[in-house]
Design a protein around this ligand. Structure first.
Ligand code: NAD
Length: 315
């Protein structure tokens, strides 16, 4: 298949491209933005041998050129301004990449007759949902961060493009993805670095939080299954992709400590704006319709991550 992967220099995009590049023709669009260390993105790109455009997908004219030069069977739209906390300080970055950028991708799919889009949503759309586990049927009209609001907006935009132009739309609500070559803005990455350097780690809401940490290989497997799902049947679906086994922050830190062989110095802090207390995915829909199930537990996944981290940073 000829696949456009947006955000292919990013964490999830890179792993997806790596797993698909042997048997498919892949084009990456990524502006390699400096939201986090650009070297990580450059090093990911060095490991993947596919056509790459360093382009901002909020630039419609540039994107139109790419679509006119290439023919795509499917788009996997993973590129976005990620991060909940950053959206409090930099709301316009989210408007540009997540709203305008996504609109451009959907519009160009319509213009160039591309019939299938798989796109990244997020567990953050559930906001302060009290009912657990979070189901795709739950009301998600009360996001608690602008990041979540843009992701929810993407789901609504997808629904409109499916309704008007019959483009297959599959939205994936990822739950806290972690693993090798991951994102340095995420807690597991910061904890690992600081514990190794024997520096204090910031533990928000005094550790009283739960996250449904999901290992990257399981997420890639889910994206690939979503690419195959309902191809050509003009469907519009949303799936939770999460481990469905939430872990207390305290236990999560213990797993990292054990893997590193050092104790963390903890700096307990109150809850941050935009954060949620717990995430917990109901994955019965993904099991039933995609045949997807996560296989990696937190101990195994963190083991692989810490091994990679030590090798990559020489620590
Ligand atoms: N990692 C997670 O835990 C998680 C959880 C929920 C949802 N998501 C979503 O999954 C997707 C992938 O996340 P990730 O963790 O790989 O993030 P990432 O930041 O590593 O990757 C996103 C990539 O998109 C690129 N990008 C951003 N704005 C762009 C623009 N305007 N034009 C071109 N490229 C642009 C960035 O340079 C980056 O390489 C995102 O949509 C994110 O919101 C991730």
């Amino acid at each position: 298949m000829r696949i456009l992967v947006t955000g292919g220099a990013g964490f999830i995009g890179y792993h997806l491209v790596k797993s698909l590049m042997k048997d498919n023709e892949i084009v990456i669009v990524d502006n390699v933005c400096d939201y986090y260390d650009v070297k990580l993105k450059e090093d990911r790109l060095k490991q993947i041998d596919v056509k790459f455009y360093k382009t901002d997908f909020s630039d419609l004219e540039e994107m139109d050129k790419i679509f006119s030069e290439n023919q795509f069977d499917i788009i996997v739209h993973l590129g976005a301004q990620a991060g909940v906390r950053y959206s409090i300080e930099n709301p316009h970055a989210y408007e540009k990449s997540n709203l305008l950028g996504t609109l451009n991708i959907f519009e160009l799919a319509r213009k160039y007759g591309i019939n299938k889009i798989v796109y990244a949503s997020s567990s953050s759309v559930y906001g302060g949902n009290k009912k657990t586990p979070f189901s795709e049927e739950d009301n998600v009209d009360n996001p608690v961060s602008l990041y979540a609001a843009t992701k929810k907006s993407n789901e609504l935009m997808a629904s409109v493009y499916n309704h008007l132009y019959k483009i297959d739309m599959v939205g994936l609500r990822f739950f806290t993805v972690y693993g090798e070559f991951g994102r340095p803005d995420m807690a597991y990455f910061k904890f690992t670095r600081k514990i190794l350097e024997e520096k204090p780690i910031d533990v928000y809401n005094f550790g009283e939080m739960k996250r449904d940490f999901t290992y990257i290989d399981d997420i890639v497997d889910g994206v690939v299954k979503a690419m195959d799902y309902c191809f050509g049947r003009k469907c519009c679906e949303i799936f939770n992709l999460g481990n469905s086994k939430p872990v207390e922050l305290g236990y999560f830190i213990e797993v990292i400590e054990k893997e590193i062989g050092k104790k963390a110095v903890k700096n307990f802090l109150p809850m941050q704006q935009g954060d949620v207390l717990a995430t917990y995915a109901d994955i019965s829909k993904a099991k039933r319709l995609l045949g997807w199930e996560p296989k990696t537990n937190i101990e195994e996944g963190i083991g692989k991550f810490v091994k990679w981290f030590r090798e990559y940073y020489g620590k």
